[in-house]
Design a protein around this ligand. Structure first.
Ligand SMILES: Nc1nc2c(c(=O)[nH]1)N[C@H]1C(S)=C(S)[C@@H](COP(=O)(O)O)O[C@H]1N2
Ligand SMILES: [Mo]
Length: 534
């Protein structure tokens, strides 16, 4: 007898917090699914997890961001959102446990989360105003009511049963009422969530249709054909042209912007602009187009890293557009030394006007490897400037170009400690053999890529252990704006060896051995791999 009362007492002690925790999780689930549905009427970027995630990205210290990119690569955004969901689930459990005792406190806590989501959503740089708060606010209101209701079932006595009825109804909680309420909440939330998903998914339909409708005209100025021997034929070497699907992606967008090309506009305005322009996508298509092969590199690329790609782009010469709108480079007396490009998602990217107008093929790109830009790479239009890192030149989803000065305006990354100006540093990378490979003794082909965009690569050297630098064989150069492949036939002897590579650009400068991190203006140092020869 005594034992039985003991165990049922223990059960009762745990029942309330456990059911509270369950109520909390259901509440969180319901709030997020309602927010998903409401966001379908506003924009997918207004979802609370996306808004909080975006705010977190903007506030992440540079060192942590670097670490995340290094460890999670392009999965960093997925990991971030899973992390936010994990934290939310934990806090939902806590709120639920609290609500099981203090209903009002629990519900107030849920509302507080709504406020956090709403603040994050309305303070995003691309926020469409107070309506962006609605998904969080409505979600939290529904959640707060649900939690109040569920917690109520934990205390109510079922109708018709008295507290000491004994059999069937336990005193102090409405078991059947709770189970019914919880099941109803779960089913309704799932329905609401699926509906919201579907509606959100159909939001980009116009953009998808507009992309399907794009027919890229032939360029008035074709790229000269890439020499066949630009590609080193050593297995394991990068493809000379990076396919769209293999091209690295770096941006801050948790939701890839889906822009409808038929309603897209680009404005050019600012200091020294005597004829401001507003251009449509068709306006750009009707202009003489240039086609160029250009290698793009990210400033966050570590020595030997993967954030570099080479594609054939088609677009409009940016210098011509600027000249038409009356812009003069500062070297010719113009008042603006910085061009600030703004994207639909609020990114700002600043480029020296002198670089854009010095004759290089700076462009507004519309096509990538024969296709309209993929959404992930900036559809409908992005900027590209050969020789500059992406964060100071390659604005995706561009919608506004403002001429200003470096003194007057700091762009997104510059506010976060990166350099205002960042020409690409000369780098060489060993693609094969891979680190810790175990090739057989004898002739082993070492090969890879080297880049010094807009200067060109003139020499690549390979060193085995502490031996002398040996000249690698350079593949044909496409242009000085593209990377250049190289290979070296190594007579490999058994044992553990270090292979190191370094490049010299056409200005005669050999890349420095001094290792620096990526902040503030790109990594330097030589790439090495360790291999063990059998
Ligand atoms: N709108 C927008 N454009 C952007 C970025 C961004 O975060 N948002 N990142 C820049 C950076 S840091 C780089 S390296 C290039 C990468 O372009 P890709 O993703 O097409 O390779 O885009 C640039 N343009
Ligand atoms: Mo970048």
């Amino acid at each position: 007898m005594g034992e039985k009362r003991n165990s049922s007492g223990r059960r009762r002690r745990w029942r309330l917090p456990l059911l509270g925790a369950l109520s909390g999780l259901l509440t969180g689930y319901a709030a997020l699914t309602v927010a998903e549905l409401v966001s379908a009427a506003i924009r997918p970027q207004a979802r609370p997890v996306v808004a909080v995630g975006g705010a977190a990205i903007d506030r992440t210290p540079i060192a942590l961001k670097d670490w995340a990119i290094r460890h999670f690569g392009t999965n960093d955004k997925l990991i971030l959102q899973l992390g936010i969901l994990g934290v939310l689930a934990l806090l939902a459990v806590v709120l639920g446990v609290v609500a099981a005792r203090y209903r009002r406190v629990g519900s107030a806590g849920v509302l507080l989360f709504g406020v956090v989501g709403a603040l994050a959503a309305t303070s995003r740089p691309d926020s469409s105003g107070f309506t962006d708060a609605l998904p969080s606010v409505v979600g939290a209101l529904v959640g707060a009511c649900l939690l109040y209701w569920l917690a109520g079932r934990l205390h109510a006595t079922p109708a018709g049963a008295s507290a000491d009825d004994g059999v069937g109804a336990r005193p102090g909680w409405d078991r059947r009422g709770f189970i019914t309420a919880a099941t109803a909440a779960a089913v309704a939330s799932t329905g609401v969530g699926l509906l919201g998903r579907a509606l959100n998914g159909s939001q980009g339909e116009n953009a998808v249709a507009s992309r399907k409708g794009v027919k890229l005209p032939a360029a008035a100025s074709r790229a000269k054909p890439t020499p066949a021997n630009a590609q080193v034929r050593v297995p394991g070497t990068s493809a000379f042209i990076t396919s769209n699907k293999d091209f690295y992606r770096v941006d801050t967008a948790l939701v890839v912007p889906k822009v409808d090309a038929t309603t897209w506009r680009l404005r050019i305005h600012g200091k020294g602009v005597t004829r401001p322009l507003t251009l449509t996508f068709d306006d750009l298509l009707r202009r003489p187009l240039i086609e160029r092969t250009i290698t793009l590199t990210c400033v966050s690329n570590e020595v030997g890293g993967p954030y570099v790609g080479n594609a054939r782009w088609i677009g409009v010469r940016l210098a011509d557009l600027l000249a038409e709108s009356g812009v003069k480079p500062p070297s010719k007396g113009g008042p603006a030394d910085q061009l600030v490009a703004r994207s639909v998602d609020g990114m700002t990217i600043g480029t020296p006007v002198d670089d854009i107008m010095d004759g290089r093929d700076a462009m507004l790109a519309l096509g990538m490897n024969g296709q309209p830009l993929p959404f992930t790479h900036g559809f409908p239009v992005r900027m590209l400037v050969p020789g500059l890192y992406g964060y100071v030149s390659a604005c995706k989803w561009i919608q506004d170009i403002e001429l200003t000065t470096f003194d007057d305006y700091d762009t997104y990354w510059v506010k976060r400690d990166w350099a205002q100006k960042a020409p690409i540093k000369t780098q060489a990378r060993i693609d094969t053999p891979k680190p810790f490979a175990t090739p057989k003794a004898g002739r082993v082909m070492v090969a890879g890529v080297a880049w010094a965009q807009h200067r060109g690569i003139d020499k690549v050297e390979v060193r085995v252990d502490d031996g002398p630098w040996e000249q690698a064989t350079l593949a044909a150069e496409d242009t000085r704006d593209t990377w250049r492949q190289w290979s070296y036939a190594w007579k490999a002897t058994p044992g553990r060896h270090d292979l190191t590579v370094r490049a010299t650009d056409r200005t005669g400068r050999t890349q420095t051995r001094k290792r620096t991190g990526t902040v503030p203006d790109g990594a330097s140092g030589w790439h090495s791999v360790v291999v063990t020869v059998d």
